[in-house]
Design a protein around this ligand. Structure first.
Ligand code: SAH
Ligand code: SF4
Ligand code: F3S
Length: 465
């Protein structure tokens, strides 16, 4: 008998395999998870949201804080139990760890949890099919992930199976900034931008299937410098103008930005380009000049204030969001007060605040005078209280205004035909009798604001439409 490479009729009729992906961390990981599903679809894997139904589980992990990384090991313990029970009944389960924990501590994962079949770093997802095949033969194999994102994007399928009118689009990866607290430069490698044409092509495809809003992603997205067809470098502002010209693509967002890469041209685009949404995530991390220096943020507080002023001059209604770290090594009470003072002066529409978490291999982890956890916790509570107050006030202030809302999903109250959409300022807007408007941008009267969302109302004409 000769061997044949053509699949047998039996194999072709094999039941679909189920893929479960759990995503941790930032939006880059959300995008990557979607892309992993795209890569595995041709192999017969359909995505399930029920882990118990899965034949293949991928944990797409985050290494940014200690808690995030430790969670993975307890999750893996549960998966191992699930796999052992399965094996008794003749079924199997393949377990993969992807993302930044895979990149940072791949060896340790294999050692601590032998049930893991595949460890794959963020730049190697296009190799998943091959890894999966190899795993079937030799369980427990691991691949080293080198940094070559250009291979990754070239090798991923052009077609994306995203749903709904909003989509993420990764345009830049990696980071060269080396803030002293942060693992990203080590887990995601050097800054690298996708060529302009490749981003525009993906955006056109998304628009072609009804996407109205794209969020451009990158660890330092405003440092985007993708190659243009003429060999020169494009800027993020240039990319925004090119995207705005794509029919159907009405809204453009980008995240996350570094203050030092906020070019004049990009600030001007905020005043000029309707499609560029009036919401900017511009983390500052701390309000004290000494701490900013120790963090290697490469700018001081005054430069940040000046920047915010210039952005607000270009686009007066822009909502500013940020990230903060409290309890950085050596932070005094006084220096923490500087952070509160900065927050009061800037007035944020939303922000994330974290207690400093020492990460192995980063310069700050080795600094003397680590702040006591109780002190950091108390500072975190105070900062969050202030940020929540500002966010709530911002939301309350929308009452009475009419905002353009992009409806993107049904709400919880199906009997009231509720739909949920996004305001230009990235607020969730809940509206009754609106489920026929999903996928559309509609002016909505805001009747109330709450801590985390807005309530809107349609005119009777809109309800009937
Ligand atoms: N590239 C983005 C942020 C990436 S990480 C930027 O430069 O703004 C997301 C956020 O996690 C950071 O903004 C920071 O606030 C927080 N973070 C990063 N490392 C941390 C650490 N070691 N401890 C606590 N928070 C951290
Ligand atoms: Fe991390 Fe700083 Fe780079 Fe942001 S800019 S990813 S905080 S090193
Ligand atoms: Fe986490 Fe990696 Fe994103 S460490 S925040 S998943 S880049």
């Amino acid at each position: 008998m000769t061997e044949t490479l053509v699949p047998t009729a039996e194999a072709m009729a094999a039941p679909e395999k189920r893929l479960f992906i759990k995503t941790y961390g930032c939006q880059m990981n959300v995008y990557d998870s979607e892309r992993m599903a795209d890569v595995l679809r041709p192999l017969g894997y359909a995505v399930t949201d029920d882990v118990k139904a899965a034949d293949f589980v991928i944990l797409n992990t985050c290494h940014i804080r200690e808690k995030a990384a430790e969670k993975i090991y307890s999750e893996l313990g549960k998966l191992r139990e699930m796999r052992d029970i399965r094996r008794e009944t003749g079924r199997d389960l393949t377990i993969a760890v992807a993302g930044c924990v895979a990149q940072a501590e791949g060896e340790e994962i294999m050692r601590r949890q032998p049930a893991v079949d595949i460890v794959v770093g963020p730049q190697a997802y296009h190799q998943l099919p091959e890894l999966l095949t190899r795993t079937a033969r030799a369980r427990g194999e691991r691949i080293g992930a080198d940094f070559a994102p250009d291979d990754k994007f070239d090798a991923l399928p052009a077609t994306r199976f995203t749903e709904g009118p909003t989509a993420f689009l990764t345009v830049q990866e990696g980071c060269d900034k080396f803030c002293t607290f942060c693992v990203v430069p080590y887990t995601r490698g050097a800054e690298w931008s996708r060529p302009l044409a490749s981003v525009l092509e993906e955006a056109r495809r998304l628009a072609g299937r009804g996407v109205r809003e794209v969020t451009l992603l990158g660890q330092n997205v405003n440092a985007y410098d993708g190659e243009r067809p003429d060999g020169k470098k494009a800027t993020l502002a240039e990319l925004a103008y090119a995207l705005a010209a794509i029919p159907g693509l009405d809204r453009i967002r980008y995240t996350t930005s570094h203050p030092n890469d906020m070019a004049d041209e990009l600030i001007a685009a905020h005043g000029d380009l309707d499609a560029l949404m009036p919401y900017l995530h511009l983390p500052v991390q701390a309000g004290s000049d000494r701490i900013l220096r120790a963090m290697n943020r490469k700018h001081g507080r005054q430069k940040y204030f000046d920047l915010i002023d210039r952005i607000r001059t270009a686009r007066p209604d822009i909502a500013i969001a940020g990230d903060f770290i409290v309890g950085f090594p050596g932070e005094t009470d006084r220096e923490f007060e500087d952070t509160l003072d900065l927050v009061r002066r800037v007035n944020y529409a939303g922000a994330f605040a974290f207690a400093y978490s020492p990460r192995p291999g980063t310069p700050a982890a080795g600094m003397s005078k680590q702040v006591e956890p109780e002190v950091a916790k108390e500072r975190l509570h105070r900062l969050i209280a202030l940020l929540t107050e500002q966010q709530t006030a911002f939301n309350l202030a929308q009452a009475g205004r009419t905002l353009n809302v992009l409806f993107d999903k049904p709400g919880r109250h199906g009997h009231r035909r509720q739909a949920i959409g996004r305001s230009p300022y990235l607020q969730s807007v809940h509206v009754d009798d609106a489920d026929h408007l999903i996928g559309q941008i509609v002016p909505v009267e805001i009747v109330a604001g709450q801590q985390n969302s807005l309530m809107g109302r349609l005119s009777s004409q809109q309800k009937a439409a």
